[in-house]
Design a protein around this ligand. Structure first.
Ligand code: SF4
Ligand code: SF4
Length: 331
């Protein structure tokens, strides 16, 4: 366990408690302005009063774009790095107002609710829908504006031991921007939820700058990892080892997917990775959410996992008990 408190901002004395997207599936190589001064980041949601994304009351910023394609992803609007249209097709009453408002007009045929293939996410159809069934996921923010918005609640964060969490998508895909926002936060606790899939150089900066790193360990077998997430496990394993050897407080998070990783060997691999790590806060066990596929239709994607969603996942928590590893299960 860490001597450093995950509730306390770095450098501060203890106070109150505290695919069609056109981008490469390689390691994130952020390309924005130096130190984030003029960088623009694409954010698909900002959730205030979040209580499950780190200690205390927090604001969670969901950054758009992810290089992984986890078969159980429940935020499909976070996959593409670009702004995109979302439509609640199940609620649509087919009045046609969105089609009439769209600059693409009737030149682009579509079935039922208006979601043309060449959609530019211009947003013209959003106010036209009286039911509010349309929205654009993905808004451009400057680091200055986002930091100003987050700093407004600095007193609440300090009073509750809370702070700001960057999530996604994969927030490290836009690291230069996130880093620029971090530089402008008013001494509040900061955390990141990441897949760990980035370069070693970026990950070292993350460990230096953030007060708490919450990193996923999804699949232990490298071949199965590629099959179920779409990417190489090697950099994630390196970053898990960096966390275990470092002094940045961290939580390793295990999404448990039936038939994919609900095996004793997987729990034993996690125990091996974190055993003896002085900065480990705990391991989080996150059971599969059966509603994971709910939003795919809204972004024109199909949810088609290769595992049996209805199966009950198995847990091997005795592995952590035996090793004295702190663990929390979010059932
Ligand atoms: S976002 Fe723009 S291009 Fe896309 S459907 Fe709406 S009006 Fe048409
Ligand atoms: S305006 Fe709204 S309700 Fe009418 S067709 Fe478009 S999405 Fe459906």
């Amino acid at each position: 366990m860490s001597n450093a408190s995950p509730l306390q901002p770095k450098g501060q004395a203890a106070t109150a408690p505290h695919e069609s997207c056109g981008f490469q599936r390689g390691l994130a190589a952020p390309a924005q302005a130096r130190n984030g001064a003029t960088a623009v980041g694409i954010v698909f949601d900002i959730k205030e009063f979040a209580v499950f994304d780190g200690p205390g009351i927090r604001t969670t910023v969901f950054m758009k774009g992810c290089p992984l394609r986890c078969q159980w992803c429940h935020n499909p609007e976070g996959l593409s790095p670009k702004p995109q249209l979302m439509v609640s097709t199940a609620a649509c009453v087919h009045c046609g107002a969105c089609e009439r408002a769209c600059p693409l007009g009737a030149e682009v045929p579509t079935g039922g609710c208006w979601q043309p293939k060449g959609c530019t996410a211009c947003g013209a159809c959003v106010p036209a829908c009286r039911g509010g069934f349309r929205k654009i996921a993905g808004t451009a923010w400057t680091a200055e504006d986002l930091a100003a918005r987050l700093n407004k609640d600095a007193d609440v964060f300090r009073a509750t031991g809370g702070g700001v969490t960057f999530s996604g998508g994969e927030p490290l895909l836009q690291w230069d921007f996130v880093s620029g926002v971090l530089d402008r936060l008013a001494g509040v606790h900061t955390a990141v939820e990441t897949s760990g899939f980035t370069t070693d150089a970026v990950f070292a900066q993350v460990m230096e700058k953030l007060d708490l790193v919450m990193m996923d360990w999804k699949v232990s077998d490298p071949e199965a990892h590629r099959r179920y997430t779409g990417v190489d496990q090697a950099p994630i394993r390196r970053h898990a080892r960096m966390l275990a050897a470092g002094d940045t407080p961290f939580i390793l998070r295990m999404p448990i997917i039936p038939g994919v990783n609900d095996e004793r060997e997987h729990f034993e691999t996690v125990a091996e990775l974190v055993k003896g790590a002085k900065s480990l806060v705990r391991v989080d066990v996150l059971p599969y959410q059966r509603a994971a596929g709910a939003k795919y239709d809204m972004v024109g994607r199909t949810y088609a996992p290769e595992f049996d969603e209805a199966a009950a996942p198995k847990y091997f928590l005795d592995v952590f008990e035996r090793e004295g590893i702190p663990c929390q299960v979010f059932r």
